[in-house]
Design a protein around this ligand. Structure first.
Ligand code: ZN
Ligand code: ZN
Length: 251
């Protein structure tokens, strides 16, 4: 029995996968979310100038100049190493910045990806190891797009767990700086698994998830399910409303 390395759900047998469809969908959503934080992060680079009341006198001078840039934001946006380096003195910031983390994973995935080339005799040789290239450039958004495209390949390896953990950690950090969580839209139909009205669509994720029981369904399955249950539920709601109105008039 194989379990998802992220959430430990049991996986269907003989698929060769190490991550379940919901966790892969979540990772796809996290990768789509990263580029949305970057312009906000750039705005946060300069420390808040402070609000001055109109007409108030100029602030008194300070003993020290303020820091010209926010170091926590510079750390995230700046260059760095894709892996944590040994830190014998414990004085290094352990954060792996956005670009090195994404490019580091793209490089690793590409190094594992089998490439085929034919020699002069026409014999095909399969070798792992290539350099990642994206038609969207070399910035963080390009690598997010690239990694999302290679998720089906990455899902066949145990290191998908490390990739999910590190990308999720990065996104949590970005959300804590920019205060911009993904937009969640509640859906009208109840969950087909637990009947709670807890289904939501999350920006960047394809699957619709139940916040009560964790059940997930595709947009096509949701459309079919809502077409089957919503007309009856709407009729019930209208009847209930009419009854309530009648009771109010009679009293
Ligand atoms: Zn999972
Ligand atoms: Zn549910």
């Amino acid at each position: 029995m194989t379990r998802c390395v992220v959430c430990l759900r049991t996986l269907p047998p003989d698929t060769g996968l190490h991550a379940c469809a919901p966790c892969l969908d979540q990772l796809r959503g996290l990768l789509a979310e990263i580029p949305r934080h970057l312009p906000l992060l750039a705005l946060l680079l300069a420390p808040a100038a402070g609000v001055r009341t109109p007409g108030a006198s100029a602030p008194a001078g300070r003993a020290h100049s303020p820091m010209p840039l926010r170091l926590d934001v510079v750390t995230l946006l700046g260059p760095g190493h894709a892996v944590r380096l040994p830190d014998p003195h414990g004085d290094q910031d352990p954060t792996v910045p956005v670009q090195p983390l994404l490019h580091g994973w793209a490089t690793y995935v590409a190094s594992q990806y089998p490439t085929v080339h034919r020699d002069v005799h026409g014999t095909a040789h399969i070798t792992p190891g290539t350099t990642p290239r994206s038609r969207f450039g070399t910035g963080p958004a390009a690598w997010c797009h690239w990694l999302a495209a290679y998720l089906p390949f990455a899902a066949g390896h145990e290191w998908i767990g490390d990739m999910h953990r590190q990308i999720e950690h990065l996104v949590r950090l970005l959300r804590s700086k920019t205060d911009r969580p993904p937009v969640r839209t509640p859906r009208s139909a109840p969950c087909p698994a637990c009947e709670a009205f807890g289904l939501v669509s999350t920006e960047g994720e394809q699957l619709i998830a139940c916040t009560a029981c964790g059940h997930r369904l595709t947009p096509a399955d949701y459309r079919e399910h809502s077409a089957a249950v919503l007309p009856a539920l709407t009729r019930l709601a209208v009847l209930h409303h009419a009854e309530h109105d009648n009771t109010r008039r009679a009293s």
